[in-house]
Write a protein that binds this ligand. Structure first.
Ligand SMILES: Cc1cc2nc3c(=O)[nH]c(=O)nc-3n(C[C@H](O)[C@H](O)[C@H](O)COP(=O)(O)OP(=O)(O)OC[C@H]3O[C@@H](n4cnc5c(N)ncnc54)[C@H](O)[C@@H]3O)c2cc1C
Length: 384
């Protein structure tokens, strides 16, 4: 596999990049293994990371990341183009790839020294990171989190618990939100730390999901020492770090995920099980996904110009969850009984995807919370 990267600055550069990327992927397709039937989650994570690494080594995935962390610079739109194409072709495990896009840009921006030291293996697929935000009593109400980091001179001591930490069992580091002020300080008393997984006192306990995968975990901290210089941003400034990451989670990753949705929809539309009675529903769904794609491409441009605030991305999050759930609802009703009872590889995959689609209105902030944000912060309806 030969690396091929050209200069893509200036007008028409992104289009040229996409054309050359597509041609290169067509030519090198055999070097990228796809998901195999019955593959374990660990196997799938390893396969996905290896493919990510191939794209990085070939240069494609380095476009859009700054040179300080091994990238080639340029607009984040290059990253959007690569992850879109990778999702379309099934090269990545999409939700795993999304973690890089959620955490990476903010760590580079808020903690450039930490990024220079640690982030390249994460971006190039060699190692995984995870996001330690949610707790048993702090999901929607994230500002009430209680996992505590105490200043002990040259290090922090962390005690507490995180919940729903995706891919924690496969991760080398965690972006942790910890309380460094009082609980009454709410969002003003939170600090973001970069923690090494496997530090003494840390326990990761995977949770089995309804889709038959143990994708997320409970993570426990019992007097875990974290070096003092692992603060991302400012001490007690973790809330703005978290909001920047949520901006990516609710907006940045959906160009890639909507490409995957479109692919699934096109596959469904070509399925023999569909009848003329399904035409209207399929057509409506194409319109929903097209609306999501149109919104998302605008969001990618606005993110590239740092011209979109976190609350605005709640609209993208609502559109994505709606489209994903409507798609798999249609799969379920139109392929009568297949999703519930069949045992073919395809049926198992569709069943798992249907189950996972229920989580689309929960992860990254629930649908109700996104609607509250739109009503409150964008439309000013509080108390109206
Ligand atoms: C697949 C998946 C992956 C995840 N990965 C991660 C991860 O990697 N890291 C991480 O930190 N977290 C992760 N999460 C957790 C996710 O962020 C939380 O589940 C989410 O924020 C909701 O919090 P909760 O589960 O505590 O629900 P709760 O906050 O307890 O909410 C329960 C219900 O009450 C509703 N509700 C709560 N407050 C209000 C309100 N004010 N107005 C209206 N309705 C309200 C909610 O909408 C919901 O329906 C993941 C979740 C999923 C499903």
């Amino acid at each position: 596999m030969t690396a091929k990267t050209g200069p893509y600055d200036g007008p028409g550069g992104l289009g040229r990049f996409q054309t050359e990327l597509t041609a290169w992927l067509d030519e090198n397709d055999a070097f990228f293994p796809r998901r195999a039937a019955g593959m374990s989650l660990a196997g799938e994570v390893a396969r996905s990371r290896a493919n990510q690494h191939r794209l990085w080594q070939a240069g494609w995935l380095r476009h859009g990341w700054p040179e300080s962390v091994g990238g080639m610079g340029g607009s984040r739109l290059f990253r959007a183009a690569v992850t879109e194409e990778a999702a379309r072709r099934g090269l990545y495990y999409d939700t795993l790839a999304a973690v890089g896009e959620v955490l990476g840009p903010t760590v580079i921006e808020a903690a450039p020294d930490l990024a220079r030291r640690y982030i390249t293996p994460f971006l190039d697929g060699t190692e995984g990171w995870c996001q330690g935000f949610s707790e048993p009593e702090a999901g929607s109400d994230l500002a009430s989190l209680r996992c505590r980091a105490v200043d002990a001179g040259d290090h922090w001591v962390v005690d507490g618990q995180k919940l729903w930490t995706s891919y924690a069992q496969f991760a080398s580091r965690m972006v942790l939100l910890a309380r460094t002020g009082t609980t009454e300080d709410r969002h003003r008393g939170i600090t973001a730390l970069l923690v090494d997984m496997g530090s003494p006192g840390m326990t990761v306990r995977p949770l089995h999901g309804i889709n038959d995968m143990a994708e997320f975990s409970e993570t426990f901290f019992d007097s875990v020492r974290v070096p003092k210089d692992r603060v991302i941003g400012e001490v007690n400034g973790g809330w703005s770090v978290a909001m920047r990451m949520l901006r990516s989670e609710r907006g940045g990753i959906f160009w890639m995920l909507s490409a995957w949705l479109l692919e699934e929809l096109e596959r469904l539309a070509g399925t023999a099980g569909l009848t003329a009675a399904d035409d209207e529903a399929v057509g409506r769904l194409f319109a929903t996904v097209a609306a999501l794609r149109a919104r998302s491409w605008t969001t990618q441009h606005r993110l590239a110009a740092d011209g979109i605030e976190t609350p605005e991305t709640s609209i993208d999050k609502i559109l994505m969850a709606t489209a994903e759930q409507e798609l798999f609802d249609l799969v379920r009703t139109s392929l009568d009984g297949v999703l519930e009872f069949a045992d073919t590889d395809e049926a198992v995959w569709l069943r798992s995807s249907y189950m996972y689609s229920r989580a689309a209105s929960v992860y990254g902030g629930t649908a109700e919370i996104q609607r509250n944000i739109v009503a409150d912060q964008l439309l000013g309806l509080r108390g109206a």
